[in-house]
Write a protein that binds this ligand. Structure first.
Ligand code: ADP
Length: 270
């Protein structure tokens, strides 16, 4: 699915999305933004990258256009295409073109999922030219002031085929994300799910123990996102053990033995 959404540019009317900084990421992002540099967010799924971009767009007062990349995403999905409308063909801007015209922040989430040819169109945008060539229209657009290209990817999913090309990477400023430190993650889980601080702290200790496993059979470890989901179940009246089994173990593995091991850890930590 290709999602395209713009937050309203009038950020004064809306609250800043809750984001707890864990390092110098906010200063880095704003500095890169002011310098017109493209930004690469590296980190595992569910560690706060999307929320971070939402908070930065709000603070910088720019609209945000988010594209969730997938392996069927084509250049036309990003740039635009002619559509048949009442017997006439009309050009319809894709999310990237819209962001270039509007001076929005364009966030390509999980960009390595996209087909290799889509990254070609990003090159002249990502470097000092800040231009988007639209072959089908025979035009090259200059990015409006305020435009910023932000891409994220999860280094854990890296494969030789899907890796970002070096020439693309070298055009970007990288900000590295990990799971937040324990005290910050406890505050985030409590704030986002509404559980009490003790339950939030227990969930975080459990997640840290799972993260220390040498990923025995796990594709992903427990993210901040799954802890928040567990917290939400607790807020609905489930016990922490029930919540963790459903929101942490279930999504992480289908393997019977690995699942049994994780459930034992839950009994130990909760
Ligand atoms: P990613 O884009 O890295 O996959 P998200 O930004 O969707 O992850 O993060 C998942 C959830 O975790 C967010 O919806 C948010 O509730 C929470 N979260 C993670 N890190 C933070 C943080 N530093 N401050 C506030 N919320 C956070």
């Amino acid at each position: 699915m290709n999602t395209m959404d713009s937050t309203p540019p009038d950020h004064a009317q809306t609250a800043r999305p809750y984001y707890l900084a864990c390092g110098n990421e906010e200063r880095l992002f704003k500095a890169a933004y002011r310098q017109g540099l493209s930004i690469l967010l590296k980190g595992p799924t569910g560690c706060g990258k999307t929320r971070f971009v939402e908070a930065m767009a709000h603070e910088l007062g720019r609209p945000l256009i988010t594209v969730s990349c997938h392996d069927d995403l084509t250049t036309a999905d990003l740039v635009g295409r002619y559509l048949l409308n009442d017997g006439r063909t009309t050009w319809c801007d894709g999310p990237l073109t819209k962001a270039v015209r509007d001076g929005a922040i364009c966030y390509l989430d999980e960009v390595v999922e996209a087909r290799q040819d889509t990254t070609v169109v990003l090159h002249p945008l990502a470097d000092h030219r800040r231009q988007l060539p639209i072959e089908r229209l025979g035009v090259t657009l200059d990015a409006a002031p305020g435009f910023c290209l932000v891409v994220s990817y999860n280094p854990g999913y890296q494969s030789v085929l899907k890796d970002l090309k070096d020439s693309t990477r070298q055009r970007m400023v990288a900000i590295e994300f990990g799971y937040p430190p324990a005290d910050a993650e406890e505050r985030i889980v409590a704030a986002e799910s509404g559980v009490d601080p003790k339950t939030a702290a227990d969930f975080v200790r459990l997640a840290q123990a799972i993260r220390r496993l040498e990923t025995g059979g796990l594709r992903e470890v427990a993210s901040t996102r799954v802890l928040i989901a567990a917290g939400r179940l607790v807020a609905e009246g489930l016990t922490p053990v029930e919540a963790a089994k459903a929101a942490v173990v279930g999504p992480l593995t289908d393997d019977v033995q690995v699942g049994a091991g994780l459930r034992k850890m839950i009994d130990l930590y909760l």
